[in-house]
Design a protein around this ligand. Structure first.
Ligand code: TYM
Length: 345
């Protein structure tokens, strides 16, 4: 397969909850932009990490529907299914992901996983027993990336540490066994590739000191892609800001206002500079909120119109083609690892 030699851009979005605007802007929009603008130059893999869905407890009877909903969201967001360089798949349909995870587990230190801040956050918060799956899910994520030889992995800032671990484990095995893996580009280079100067962290509208997160309970602070335009409008108009009374971009002292500026830039497709030039120094927060609330409502209306029209049959067709091709692609990398560690001749 000739097109399999192109550099790979890859990302995945978990399916256990409604996707929100942070997921959309942090991962989905960058990869879809690439799939549309640079088609032909890259292989683009967008997948549903279904095995990642129950690192924390979920309602398993709802998982199939959630997976399909994620796939529909990918298409509504503009993923070109008819492009042969674009691949869409479910992780668990490619058993090499689990197999490589086990092998990588045996080369990963407990200390390395213990240092993952996301694990510490989630484990600290959870009242339930913490699973081994939650502890070592960055290893599964590394396998997701390395099996497909991905160079570029658009993710939000919360996943940066996992990406760095992926580079570490790839280099560790390459040093020991020869060139098994393509090492993903350093994080700074990735930002440059996706036209950013740093990792994206959309903040909760009610608690701007925290990231917008699907595991949070504060639903008023989260804009879901399935919120009605009216609901989203209201959430933005009642977003928490500060009492400084002057619009400025400074995530340290004015996280709420900085978040609104970032959101307005990204949703309207403008640069942050441009938005800052328009609003910075103003003493009223209302006009910024109104501009964002209107733009967001319009965006959601358009997105949901597209979502309602998504044809599931075309998704199922694409899945069956991609999953076959990706099994083959991942199988080749897995075999070279199996040989290196002595599992195969
Ligand atoms: P997940 O499903 O939690 O989130 C999906 C993507 O959304 C990004 N994101 C954000 N970006 C900006 N601001 C926010 N507030 C925000 N919240 C979430 C996440 O950084 C992520 O990019 N482990 C991954 C899924 C995964 C994966 C992979 C990603 C599994 N295997 C391989 C890339 C490559 C996760 O749990 O993301």
């Amino acid at each position: 397969m000739k097109h399999m030699n192109k550099p790979v851009i890859l990302t995945g979005l978990r399916a256990n909850n409604n996707l929100h605007i942070g997921n959309y802007l942090g991962a989905l929009l960058p990869i879809i932009d690439m799939a549309r603008k640079r088609a032909g130059e890259y292989q683009v893999n967008l997948f549903v990490p279904d095995l990642h869905s129950f690192t924390t407890p979920i309602d398993h009877s709802a998982l199939q529907a959630a997976i399909m909903q994620n796939l529909r969201v990918f298409v509504a967001a503009g993923l070109p299914l008819d492009n042969p360089d674009v691949h869409v798949y479910r992780q668990s349909y490619i058993p090499s992901h689990s197999e490589l995870t086990w092998i990588l587990d045996c080369f990963t230190g407990m200390g390395e996983m213990n240092r993952m801040t996301q694990f510490k956050d989630k484990a600290g918060k959870s009242q339930e027993q913490v699973s081994v799956g939650l502890f070592n899910y960055p290893v599964l994520m590394a396998a997701d990336i390395l099996l497909h030889r991905a160079s570029y992995v658009p993710v939000g800032e919360d996943q940066t540490q996992h990406l760095e671990f992926t580079r570490d484990i790839a280099e560790r095995l390459n040093n020991r066994f020869g060139e098994l893996f393509v090492v993903p580009k350093p994080v700074q280079e990735q930002h440059k590739f996706f036209g950013k100067d740093q990792g994206l962290r959309i903040r909760d509208l009610q608690e701007p000191s925290k990231k917008m997160s699907k595991s949070e309970d504060s639903r008023r602070g989260i804009i879901y892609l399935t919120d009605t335009p009216g609901q989203a409008h209201k959430k933005i108009m009642s977003a928490e800001t500060d009492s400084l009374g002057k619009v400025a971009y400074d995530a340290g002292t004015q996280p709420g206002i900085s978040n609104l500026l970032t959101l307005l830039a990204l949703i309207s497709g403008r640069t942050l500079d441009d938005v800052q030039n328009e609003y910075e120094g103003r003493t009223q927060y209302g006009p910024l909120k109104t501009a964002l609330a209107d733009t967001m409502a319009e965006f959601l209306q358009d997105f949901q119109d597209k979502l309602a029209k998504v044809d599931e049959k075309s998704i199922l067709n694409k899945l069956s083609v991609s999953e076959k091709q990706m099994n083959e692609q991942a199988g080749q990398v897995l075999l070279s690892v199996q040989k290196a560690v002595g599992l195969r001749e």
